[in-house]
Design a protein around this ligand. Structure first.
Ligand code: ATP
Length: 394
């Protein structure tokens, strides 16, 4: 039987069926279409400006490894004019992050991209190993997620970066849409499909980076830092195939502390849908985008005084809160203290649940309020000098 030909070039033998389209393709055409689709996403969203300094959030996993490789390739091929480097956060998880950071270091040398590593230890005085020792495995992902987001912002601010790109892919975004639908969380649903966010747009439940001076001003300019997801429409299966056919080195072990059960359900459901209908992933992202428009229109009409009251139960009490500056560390937050400071306070005082149920009122006082009253009694956040020293070592 004659070999089946690539549906793109009609010349070479097809070596795979694209998970996203079902089309048979040869290896060079697969590389080309995969990279070109990312390039198109970048153009459509006008993601970069020439001369921009861009940090690639590098965990050593498949997504960020492929992202680093593709960003370097496209930057050279299409003359984006970007100053690219890798930014890794060391959460302090022995047997996991230490090994994956070795992979990042190897890739940094291979791709010729400078690497900056920042640790939870130096930023917060706690590693994830310490945190798990103190609080056990329940809720540890909350600490890690909040601290990582802030750590990336801090690293970017210290290094004067304009923009952070992460390897979040189409599957991740579709899972998040499903999770927000299942929770009826319209506010997060309206944001989770955005390809670009600003530090000031950060999810209010997440801390944001920064350092406060003695006079209360913030030394690090993190407000202008953009975050984006160039892999928004890239399928996880294609990212894995790309890494495989390019023989990229990545670290594939799951985090030893990550039993994110709820996302696990959404993931399993999404995989089932994908096996029946591969376009389900993109369809869910598009439907999340459409729902976002509905929410925004409602928001606007309320702001314009056209609709006095929302009929949506889910949207009640979920309108965007006013952003302010964290009283302790100077970062943007919707409360007196940013989430990271509340979590840290709980850890330092030996009451780790303090920040976990921050919206729950205890004895009529919200835990955030309680945290605010004790603002001056806990360990200070890392000083600007410490962060500048970290930057100069880079
Ligand atoms: N420790 C870290 N340091 C720097 N960036 C990180 C780190 N952890 C996650 N990221 C960024 O956030 C993205 C999504 O992270 P997530 O934990 O969901 O991992 P993932 O989907 O397994 O991605 P990857 O395969 O790149 O590890 C990563 O692709 C990476 O860009």
């Amino acid at each position: 039987m004659a070999p089946r030909l690539c549906s793109h070039c009609n010349v070479s033998k097809a070596v795979l069926r694209r998970p996203k389209t079902g089309l048979l393709v040869c290896r060079p055409c697969f590389f080309y279409v995969f990279e070109t689709e990312i390039h198109q996403t970048i153009l459509d969203a006008n993601l970069f400006k020439p001369g921009e300094k861009v940090a690639i959030g590098a965990s050593g996993g498949k997504d960020s490894t492929v992202l680093a490789y593709v960003m370097k390739t496209l930057n050279e091929r299409y003359n984006y004019g970007l100053d690219l480097f890798l930014l890794s956060i060391d959460e302090g998880i022995t047997g996991y992050r230490d090994d994956s950071l070795e992979t990042v270091k190897q890739n940094s040398e291979e791709y010729g991209l400078p690497l900056k590593v920042l640790g939870y230890n130096e930023l917060y005085g706690w590693t994830m190993d310490d945190i798990v020792k103190s609080i056990g495995r329940k809720n540890n992902c909350t600490f890690c997620g909040v601290f990582r987001r802030q750590a990336l912002d801090r690293g970017a601010a210290v290094l004067g970066v304009d923009h952070i790109v992460t390897g979040h892919n189409a599957d991740d975004i579709a899972e998040t849409v499903l999770m927000n639908v299942l929770r009826g969380d319209i506010s997060r649903l309206s944001r989770c499909t955005e390809i670009v966010t600003q530090s000031a747009d950060a999810d209010p439940s997440q801390g944001c980076g920064g350092t406060v001076n003695e006079d209360g001003s913030s030394s690090l300019d993190f407000l202008g830092i953009k975050r984006s997801k160039p892999f928004k429409y890239a399928y996880e299966k294609e990212i894995v195939l790309y890494a495989y056919f390019k023989s990229l080195t990545y670290f594939s072990t799951e985090c030893i502390y990550s039993p994110n059960a709820y996302r696990g359900y959404a993931r399993a459901y999404l995989k089932d849908l994908e096996s029946i209908r591969p376009s389900a992933i993109i369809d869910i992202i598009h439907s999340g985008e459409a729902l976002k428009v509905g929410w925004r229109e409602e928001e606007n009409s309320q702001e314009n005084g056209e609709g006095k009251q929302s009929n949506s139960t889910a949207s009640k009490g979920q309108a965007r809160q006013v952003q302010q500056t964290c009283k302790r560390c100077g970062y943007i937050t919707s409360n007196e203290l940013c989430k990271a400071c509340v979590l840290l306070e709980g850890l330092n005082k030996g009451v780790p649940n303090l920040g976990i149920k921050s919206s729950v009122k205890v004895g009529g006082v919200s835990e955030n309020d309680a945290a605010g009253t004790a603002a001056n009694r806990v360990q200070p956040r890392p000083t600007t000098a410490m962060l500048r020293a970290a930057a100069s070592a880079f």
